[in-house]
Write a protein that binds this ligand. Sequence first.
Ligand SMILES: [Zn+2]
Length: 260
Amino acid sequence: MIGILGASQYESVLETQNERTVVTTRFGDVPVLKGEIEGREIAYIRRFGWENNLASDVVNHAANALAFRSLGVRRVITMNGFGGVSQEVQVNDLVIYNDYIRMVERSPTTIFVGEPRWPRAHMKEPFCPEVRDALAEASRENSGRRVIDRAVNICVQGPHDETPAEIEAYRRLGADIICTTVYPEVVYFRELEMCFAGICWVCDMAGEDDERDRVMISPEELAPIMRAAVAAIPDTARCACQSTWAGNEEKLPAWYREMR
Ligand SMILES: [Zn+2]
């Protein structure tokens, strides 16, 4: 099963919508829409809550990640509008980022919080190369927008905007785009041995005010991209995302060993 995280208005990327259910996790309850794209089972979580009323800095990342895992999801795609930081990106670009910088204090920093000890997840390749390839190719084939298939995404606290000095600092650190959402969920997905990647449309340039501010993508434009991407994701994962704990299984907390 493939998981998709997005705002409520993008649920229409699903070709069929079968059932709405609530998944109970140790971090809270999560409403999930089950459906299909290209004949593949999809679980869709409204990232900003069922009523679209959560700010990005209070989203329950841990409950969302665990809800997906308990449903049997092993690959996750997140769809977001993010800000541009570097000279390399422009408003309206589609960006399939490959790395991130954490510039945020948000806890827990591990899905295994509360355990007496937990193993350390490797973050050498934080976003799944197979899912990224599928998203990049699907974007090129199904969109007239420029597609950037490598970028560094800096995750900040929000919800307020950044100062000019902060934006310049992030640029010098090597950030291309800026968000408030991908951390710590990127860590949870790695700890839960799931593939994770994102497609983002650059909706504004950080620190710039102009008439292009918050240029979003329409569900009609996003749907064919997502459908092609889902169809292109290989059935069998050849990436390393789903074997985070190979050889270290005995170090895992009991509740997760049972879930695997
Ligand atoms: Zn993967």
